[in-house]
Each structure stands twice: as C-alpha cells, then as structure tokens.
Design a protein around this ligand. Structure first.
Ligand code: URA
Length: 439
C-alpha cells in the first residue's frame, strides 16, 4: 500500500538527521508489525536510528508503538504491590533467581517475564530449565494465582507471543544487522516489554564494563537515564543501578552451575558479590513497592527466601530437591605462578561457557544444562602455582580447545600485587554498585 508515510521517506528522514513525527513512528511500527514494512526497510531504519539517534519524544513514541503492537497485561488487582527487575545482561548474572523469591518473601509480587540467552550472556529461562520438570510457559491465569499466593508470590516465565511482538521481530533483525548497540533501540526494546508486562514498579540493573553492552559509565548512564525516563513517563515507578560487569558475577557461568550457586545464596552463603547485588536490588525493589521498611537480609538469613524459591520452582512443575544435571567431561586450568589474580574477564569467561555448550548460536538451538565455567579464584584473591583456577564443564569434549582459547588472555596473575579488597585494574575498592539513576 502506498502511503504518505512510505517506508522509504521515513528511512530517508532519519538518515538525513531529521526528527520522526509521532505519525511517522506509529505508521512505520504498525506497518512492520502487519508485514507491510519489509524487514530490509526496518533494518535500514534501525541503522539510521543507530547512527542519528532519537530524542526523548521519539523514543517514548517508539516505545508506545511497540507496546501497541501487542497486548498489555495488568496486575493492578493483585492484593500485593508488583515490582520487577531487569538486567541488561552479564556473565554469571544469575541474580534474578535468588532475587525474585527473596523480594516475594518480603511481601511484594514479582512478575518476571524473561528470555532465553543468545551469545555470551546466559538466559534466565535456560538456567531454570536445568531444574528437572521446570516449565517456562505459564498461562496468565496461573501467573495471577501464583503471584497472589503469599507462600509463593514470584513467577519467572517466558513472555507470550503477544507481548510487544514488534520488538521480538525487530530484535531478531538487529541481531543480524549490527544494530543492537543503539541506546534508543535498547531502551525502547527493554521498556516496551516491561511496560506491557503490567508491573507497577521496576528496578533496572544496567551493566557497565568489558563484559556488558555498555562499556563505559557515561554510556551506561545515558541508557539508564533513557529507560528511567521512559518508565516514569509511562507511570511506572523506575530506578536504575549501574553495576560492574568487568569480571563475571559469582563463581559460576553456565545454567545448572548457576542454579547450584543460587541455592547456596538462598542457604545464607554464596559469593559475596552475588549476595551484595541481590540485597542491593532487593532493597531498591522493596522501596519502589512501598515496603522499604523490610530488610531483605533477614529473609535471606532465616530461610524465608529459600522457602519461596522452593514454592516458586514447584509452582512451575520443577523439583527443587532433585539433583541438577552434571556435564560428562571436565578440564581444569591451573595457575602458572603464585601471586594475586588481578584480572578475570567477563567476556572471555562468557565466550568459553558459550563454546562449552552453555549458550546457543541461533535462536531455538538447544543448550547443555551442565556446561559452563567454575571459577576457583576471583580478582583480588591470592593464588598458588598449580592450584585450580577454572574448571570447564561440557558434554562435548571437542569443545575444550576453543573454550581454552577464549580464556588464554582472559586472566592475569601478578606475583607482586597485594591480595585484598582492591582490584588493581579498577583501582578502587570492589563494590558492585557504581551509580544510581532515579527520576
Ligand atoms: N535486551 C533487550 O530486550 N533488548 C535489547 O535491545 C537489548 C537487550
């Protein structure tokens, strides 16, 4: 159909640095959803947006048009306040797993619509699917029942096909056209799904560093600000934490390995960085939900968060007490010298875990639940020559050489560095939370 807003004229307007009108944005997103704007035209527009950017009005309108491409959910009638968290993605980022039941244990309802992993960062659903019996598909009436149940209160499940379908198609195009790394497109992609999901409040975990989309604090601040503005303008109480992603979170990267680490955290132990970030995000979520006087550390220590985890897993068909899948083969990387581990790159570890089979190359590929990387030392910790540094897990041992190759330059041991709380590469005390962006 020929229209005054032909796709070519919209592409050319943005290509030449113009602002898109509300009508142009509505028309192009609607046309793309209905198949009248071709994939190659939307790809060209995405590239023009990546190069030229969009202003606040354009981003808000684009986000609204993506929401309108599907159904909007609402949990406003639940007896408890709803709050969700979204992370922009990092290596070893299993935080959603302990966080959702922890926040539910403190009195909020947590509707988490999550995705599967693509590339070097793992997907929350892939991790949970390593629990025998657990199912990612939860019909909306069951979601409501689980969220309203004070003994559960959290659901982590796959987004239905009608949640911002324009984003789903556009994200697939961006993935293969070099147009993922656009702040307006990332912000609108994430926020269209979160606003359509119907949560009343949202805490964003925007990752910064070599293992994240956003490599610098300035870029992460710009993305966080765009998302906080979008949420606030849509009536969603939204704040963002900027958190470090130079080195993996915790001591595991890989599906079942990360579930096992989650259970450690919920048992009151687990790696300090995972506990720190889980509690920091929980405090923000509870404050956004209006129950900021509850201390989530108590619910972690006294087992209430663990009870909610088990109930949440069971509500989705899983057996929280079943043995987790274990990979058939392991290979150990040892320290070549004694000293302090000064660097362990998230990107190298993520790539190694992916090559071992923990991630997928194409949408729809299977993942190996037991595959991944276990880290026996983290930056700042002392190591002794010959001690295990990393254990690689896979069912496909032919993957070891490629995984080892990804790790070859991914870590450094300094014989002279002093172990302790300072990571020499970052030059500052280790704190996961780097900044906070509020409306
Ligand atoms: N996650 C999303 O959902 N969308 C993006 O564009 C990037 C990360």
């Amino acid at each position: 159909m020929v229209s005054v807003h032909s796709a070519v004229s919209v592409i050319m307007a943005k290509r030449d640095g113009g602002e898109l009108s509300d009508e142009q944005i509505d028309w192009v997103v609607d046309g793309f959803t209905r198949g009248e704007v071709a994939d190659e035209q939307m790809s060209a527009l995405a590239m023009a947006i990546l190069v030229r950017g969009m202003n606040r009005r354009e981003i808000a309108r684009w986000t609204g048009a993506m929401i309108e491409s599907g159904q909007r959910m609402s949990f406003a009638d639940l007896p408890r306040p709803t709050v969700d968290k979204h992370s922009t993605g990092g290596v070893g980022d299993k935080i959603t797993l302990p966080l959702a039941p922890l926040v539910a244990a403190c009195g909020a309802a947590v509707p988490q619509l999550s995705g599967r992993g693509l590339g070097h960062t793992g997907g929350t659903l892939d991790k949970l699917e390593s629990i025998p019996g657990w199912r990612a598909d939860v019909p909306v009436p069951d979601m409501r029942r689980i969220l309203a149940d004070p003994a559960i209160g959290a659901v982590i499940c796959a987004a239905g096909a009608d949640l911002a379908p324009a984003d789903k198609r556009l994200y697939a195009l961006r993935d293969v056209t070099g147009t993922v790394e656009s702040i307006p497109l990332i912000a609108s992609s994430i926020m269209s799904k979160k606003i359509a999901e119907g949560t009343a409040a949202l805490v964003l975990d925007v990752k910064v560093g070599a293992g994240a989309f956003m490599k610098t604090l300035d870029a992460a601040r710009e993305l966080a600000t765009a998302m906080v503005e979008l949420g606030t303008d849509a009536g969603l109480r939204t704040v963002a934490l900027l958190t470090a992603m130079d080195t993996p979170l915790g001591r595991t990267a890989g599906n079942a390995l990360e579930v096992a680490e989650t259970v450690e955290v919920l048992s009151g132990a687990g790696p300090a960085d995972v506990v720190e970030l889980t509690l920091a995000l929980a405090r923000e979520m509870l404050a956004q939900a209006g129950i900021g006087d509850v201390d989530p550390a108590d619910a972690l220590a006294d087992g209430r968060a663990m009870d909610h985890w088990k109930a949440m897993v069971r509500a989705q068909g899983g057996d929280p007490d079943a043995a987790l899948p274990v990979a058939a083969h392991t290979e150990i990387v040892t320290a070549a010298r004694s000293g302090t581990l000064t660097r362990l790159d998230a990107m190298g570890v993520g790539l190694a875990a992916w090559r071992l089979g923990a991630g997928r190359a194409r949408q729809g590929d299977p993942v190996q639940f037991g595959a991944g990387v276990e880290m026996h030392a983290k930056p700042g910790e002392p190591v002794v020559a010959g001690q295990p540094l990393l254990t690689l897990h896979t069912d496909t041992p032919e993957a070891f050489p490629a995984a080892l190759d990804a790790l070859r330059d991914a870590y450094a041991i300094d014989a002279a560095a002093v172990p302790g709380s300072a990571v020499p590469d970052r030059g500052a005390p280790v704190s996961i939370v780097l900044d906070r962006i509020a409306p």
